[in-house]
Design a protein around this ligand. Sequence first.
Ligand SMILES: *Cc1c(COP(=O)(O)O)cnc(C)c1O
Length: 515
Amino acid sequence: MDSKEFREFGKAAIDFIADYMDTIRERDVLPSVSPGYLFDLLPKEIPEAPEKWQNILSDINTTIMPGLTHWQSPNMHAYYPTATSFPSIVGEMLSSGFGVIGFSWICSPACTELEVVVMDWLAKFLNLPSEFLHSSEGPGGGVIQGSASESVLVAVLAAREQAVKRIQTEHPDLSESEIRGRLMAYSGDQSNSCIEKACVLSAVPYRLLPAGDDLVLHGEALRQAVEEDKAKGLFPIICIATVGTTGTCAYDDVQGLGQVCKEENIWLHVDAAYAGAAFALPEYNELLRGLELVDSLNFNLHKFLLVNFDCCAMWLRDANQVSDSFNVDRIYLKHKYEGKSQVPDYRHWQISLGRRFRALKVWITFRSIGAEGLRAHVRKHIALAEQFEKFVLNDKRFEIVAKRALGLVCFRLRGDNSLTTSLLDRLMDRKKVYLIQAKYKDTHFLRFVVCGYNAEEKDVDFAWKEIKEQAELVLGSNKENKSIEPLKEHAVKNDVGQITEKIALLLSSDCEKLQ
Ligand SMILES: *Cc1c(COP(=O)(O)O)cnc(C)c1O
């Protein structure tokens, strides 16, 4: 393909994407294909001769499109959102157009320096403690990782290496392998599965501590666990708190946990993959409580800030702790500018050597939308979730299960779990809206999340109409089922705070892991 053909193909592809986005509401959010559908449609070998781009684009329409789940549809309400925006798509395109791999400053100065700039912009926008800024006096700074999972893994690995070094000086009687065999990590039982995975991958044993009835991991639970483990001769090294758990978007008590971590010399990482966007809103400033005690933090722009996957911002209070842990230089990686103050060699901050020019799409998105526009986007998701919450509260057949948080509403049909499960089955069969189920103790519920590109009030109306109609059919076929009568202790009031306390009694610590 020459550049002339590239222009034609590229422009046609842009038109294709724009048309897709403009008409996305017309498609069912879930595809109607069966497993293996594509294997039967495509040839078994690479074509020997080159094919025309027109045919390829046409095949995308006929073979790929039917197998897409439309994450950018406003009728997507499952998981958490995966962001995109037109400026971000353009940024992604330019980045691959340049084709640079910026593992050190000299490998593309703009790649590293733009990342420093946008990470400082973002830290200020999110009102993070100033120690996390590259431009601060200290050793702090931000980096773009691929995912929250990678960020947590980097934090666990760095905490492990720093702790081993420290413990070796404190306990010269112990061998390194004895020390490595006695490490312990902590997180809450509502935390994302990526935390367990990070501990498994880094060979650090971990405990998932029970959240309270409020679904929050408190400092006391950590203190107790740390005391128990120290008495057994173990070395607590890291606690991973969650701001915005995946199940119900609960916020762990970062301040309480931070105090324990400080006293016990434990690394505190905060996983704010989804809810971190709320740090930008003055009306949510209570979420910032305790961040001054945090060693590292991650937030997914690819969830809630209009930048497409993959783009996870991670900040470190002392970046040297990561780069010292991971610095494994080779002669061919050296360059004469390395170690210059304020210009990080980001390869020491991450798992892989090569790295994409992700800062470009962040910069283009932030400039195209502006700080006000970004805040308006987060507030819009919150407002749409409030709209849905009102629908639920005003219909006595339903109940709210956990306090609405940001763009997430956890709700269910009153009565037996089978009603909620049948409702979800019907919705999934019809494919008009996509929600997923979660579970606390024995209570099944559905998660309604505002997702998709450009969701609007009419989309929430649409979802509620669909849910209500299917609920009527479920309840109609369960007329004889006594359990649909509202339980007294679940009585729903038009006050979310009061509901939460009652429902909290129902909830246990074993909320089904969602991701
Ligand atoms: C989505 C989510 C993750 C996983 O994010 P990835 O970027 O896909 O690794 C981790 N933690 C929380 C709280 C999440 O909501």
